[in-house]
Design a protein around this ligand. Structure first.
Ligand SMILES: [Zn+2]
Ligand SMILES: [Zn+2]
Length: 593
């Protein structure tokens, strides 16, 4: 069963951000958790948790006389064993009893040393989340978080021999996205990128623009680079001398005096034109060493060269009479203008790096004397959580994983012998299930649905051979319906959990808020639930498993394999009921007779 704690965390973050508040989440990481818990502590924890005499006896039987030996190889290649020594900590890996023991132990530690927080969301106090060895503390501020995690650290070590890892325990300051300003062309300068630790190491050989992948760089060089389109230097002209230089290192222009022409006929040339020939290159070098720019040190070569009084375009080097004329040229788009980076991967990387940088400054949580790492993204139970509550990275992550799985099955998709219907079933089992894992935390709004439809259509078009457009409008496998159905089924499952369950309380609180505010949350888990006027009504409908299932199935198109399976089962059931009925009738008749 999928742990609901990630859904609680998602709702908690939504709620905190919605009410313009902040909170601090500390994701605890125990060092070799299962290997280090002390047996003595475990025994006490089992007793405390009310474990039966029998299960405690079982525990003792497994662990009280446990010993270990070390196998060694002598220089002669012979295997020898050390003498046995007692083992008084750690639980057996792969034993079904172990995780249970461990959860009991961790719960005991958390109860004793986890302290209490003060963050309430949806009217519920949520101060810690636990799932197996994944635990998180929720606090209102850094001081409270520091105090609680320090107490837990000390307590766990003292009572149970369990150590919390300082480098692996991360802190997330959940707060609204900080505006880090516009990302201008200057943001992609060497120094600026280095300060943000963004690497764009693949440089265009024409204009010097950096990319994060070889592939991206090649696409740019072949299709988009304006500088690459410049007419290359024709060989019959020979450089006599280079007179001057202007511009940035990537867009350097040289004033060239041509062999056999007057100095007045000298022209400004982009460095690419000169560097194309080895011989010309030496002219450039000669120039750099010459007297024209006597102080042209390495530092100056890396600088932007300009002369006061000139109004040169930084991209094409054209000189304008006035500053206004230059501005006009730039707004009207210079033919050599650096292409916009809006929407590019580089822009995304810079925007994210800026958020990571401001996150560092959000505050400091300390555990004893260790300062914990501030995370902007954190993988909790395998799901991407982002400090600003944006759930899109979680979706993109699943899409990337599912896309890889889809690629791995390329032979099946291309197979001539497998019928399309079987391919679609394979797609549903092997690919869609990978994509939808944890989809309960997505905000299934229109934008997200459109993104999923597009993703699905691209995959389907490979399988069915129909166009991507057709697979978007009328998909052979309706992924969005499948998702809605799955989410509704999960919502029903949660509502039927026992009353003390936290996730059930959270979902009920969400429903209560919807009723109160009078507006339905379109992207929420209850978006497709039957209309309800009160929480009681919702619980009543959810309580009727069969009726809820009708709603779940109703969301799917008739062609969905799930529906067909359901119908087969239904008709089998109908037949069974009819058979029983007839048998009863017969009996009745016999009786009467
Ligand atoms: Zn380029
Ligand atoms: Zn220009």
């Amino acid at each position: 069963m999928l742990s609901p704690t990630f859904l609680i965390l998602a709702n908690l973050m939504d709620e905190v951000l919605l009410s313009q508040e902040t909170c601090v989440i500390t994701f605890i990481d125990f060092v070799a958790a299962f290997d280090s818990v002390s047996h003595k502590f475990l025994e006490a924890a089992l007793l405390e948790a009310g474990a039966s005499e029998k299960s405690r006896a079982m525990f003792k039987a497994i662990y009280s006389k446990s010993t270990a030996r070390i196998r060694l190889k002598t220089p002669g290649g012979e295997e020898v064993f050390s003498s046995p020594f007692p083992v008084d900590r750690g639980v057996l890996q792969g034993d079904i009893f172990s995780p249970l023991c461990f959860i009991v132990a961790l719960e005991s530690i958390m109860r004793k040393h986890g302290g209490a927080g003060s963050v309430t969301a949806l009217g519920l106090l949520i101060d810690r989340l636990e799932y197996a060895d994944d635990a998180a503390l929720i606090d209102a501020n850094a001081e409270q978080a520091s105090e609680r995690v320090t107490r837990l650290y000390e307590g766990a070590l003292q009572d149970a021999d369990m150590e919390i890892s300082a480098p692996k325990t991360e802190v997330m300051f959940c707060r609204p996205r900080v505006d880090t300003g516009e990302i201008t062309a200057e943001a992609y300068g060497e120094e600026e990128l280095e300060a943000l630790n963004v690497r764009l190491d693949f440089k265009c050989r024409h204009c010097g623009r950096g990319f994060d992948s070889h592939h991206g760089c090649r696409i740019h060089e072949e299709r988009h680079c304006k500088v690459a389109e410049l007419e290359t230097f024709e060989e019959e002209f020979e450089i006599e001398e280079i007179l001057e230089a202007r511009g940035s290192p990537e867009r350097r222009f040289y004033l060239v005096k041509w062999e056999g022409y007057d100095a007045e006929e000298s022209t400004w040339e982009h460095h690419r034109n000169l560097e194309s020939a080895e011989e010309n290159n030496s002219k450039v070098k000669e120039f750099l060493d010459s007297e024209v720019f006597p102080a042209l040190s390495a530092q100056l070569q890396a600088a932007v060269l300009r002369v006061d009084g000139e109004n040169r375009c930084p991209d094409c080097n054209k000189d304008f009479r006035t500053d206004r004329a230059l501005k006009g040229h730039i707004t009207k788009r210079c033919p050599l203008a650096v292409a916009s980076r809006v929407g590019s991967r580089a822009e995304t990387a810079v925007a994210k790096a800026r958020q990571v940088a401001v996150q560092e400054a959000a505050g400091k949580v300390t555990m004893g004397e260790h300062a914990l790492i501030n995370a902007f993204n954190f993988r909790y139970l395998g799901f991407h959580f982002q400090a600003d509550g944006d759930r899109r990275p979680a979706l993109l992550q699943r899409m990337a994983i599912a896309r890889t799985r889809f690629g791995e099955l390329h032979e099946a998709w291309r197979s001539k012998r497998m019928p399309t219907s079987m391919k679609l079933r394979l797609y549903a089992c092997a690919v869609v299930s990978v994509l939808t894992y944890g989809s309960e935390i997505w905000r299934l709004d229109e934008k997200t649905k459109a993104k999923i439809r597009g993703w699905n259509a691209r995959c389907l078009s490979v399988i069915t051979g129909r166009s991507i457009r057709d697979e978007t409008v009328d998909p052979s496998f309706d992924m969005v319906s499948r998702l809605r159905s799955r989410r509704l089924r999960w919502a029903g499952h949660i509502l039927r959990l026992e009353e003390s369950s936290l996730i059930r309380k959270v979902l009920i609180a969400v429903a209560a808020r919807e009723i109160e505010s009078g507006c339905k949350d379109d992207g929420g888990l209850l978006a497709d639930a039957p209309a309800f006027g009160s929480v009681e009504q919702l619980l009543e409908v959810a309580g009727d498993r069969d009726e809820w299932r009708v709603g779940v199935i109703g969301l799917l198109p008739a062609t969905d394999p799930c529906v067909q399976q359901w119908e087969r089962r239904q008709s089998k059931l109908d037949k069974e009921v009819a058979r029983l009925y007839e048998a009863q009738m017969e009996k009745d008749l016999v009786f009467r007779g």
